[in-house]
Write a protein that binds this ligand. Sequence first.
Ligand code: GUN
Length: 285
Amino acid sequence: MTAQIIDGKALAEELRQSFKSRVDTLTAQGQQPGLVVILVGEDAASQVYVKSKVNGCLAIGMHSEKITYDAAVDQETVLKKIAELNADPAIHGILVQLPLPKHFDEEKVLEAIAADKDVDGFHAENVGALAQGNPRFIPCTPYGVMKMFEKGGVDLNGKEAVVIGRSNIVGKPMALLLINAGATVTVCNSRTRDLKFHTSRADIVVAAVGKPKFVTGDMIKPGAVVIDVGINRLPDGKLCGDVDFADCLNVAGQITPVPGGVGPMTITMLLANTIEAAERKAGIR
Ligand code: GUN
């Protein structure tokens, strides 16, 4: 049996269309949702992501701007800019693209963003709220994955879920969301001793480990839902996920492709979080 493909590109487009009227309502009230993205350095992948984030906002009538700094900029300059943006009533969301250059204290920078403008959901206050089961801003990638479960009609309650990856950006918040949804959650990583033991028992596998084709068909339980968060560049220039898609396609029940899976959902949920921030400020939520 061939797995059903959960089309993230189509879902992202559907959601983005549905956001337009919310943006229009806010704009009519003088509260056009605004996102600032801060990029430090010249990392090629980050430049592509930041451009997509800004363009994603503009395409649905939001305000968005990119602020770029040379990799050698000192942290104080960036912290000063964040303080300015925290106080700017026209800005509802602030995002600092990660990774930051080595001389930065990432935690300090993320904590400097006002919690009510932290549309990445990385501030300790927002991480705590998610851990307590009362999320305010959900980190965009795992938030997108939850929307894909919803779209695919995947009931998480009581299911065995394995998350491969333990990053603050994806693995940890993903695990918290699955726990909050009633799944039994195991968090693995690239060094997990017998990964196959865990994945082959799982009804749901979320791969966010950053290793091309790391999850193969023999590791998957027939009929499982396989979500691929990975975006890896192969030597031939092609993109591939953390899942060996061709190998898992005839084992899984549902699967996400790369590209066109989780990727487009991440930016979509960033737009959702920024609109939500503006709605809260306007008293709509
Ligand atoms: N780098 C990779 N993914 C992300 C993300 O979701 N947010 C930020 N700020 N940086 C990232």
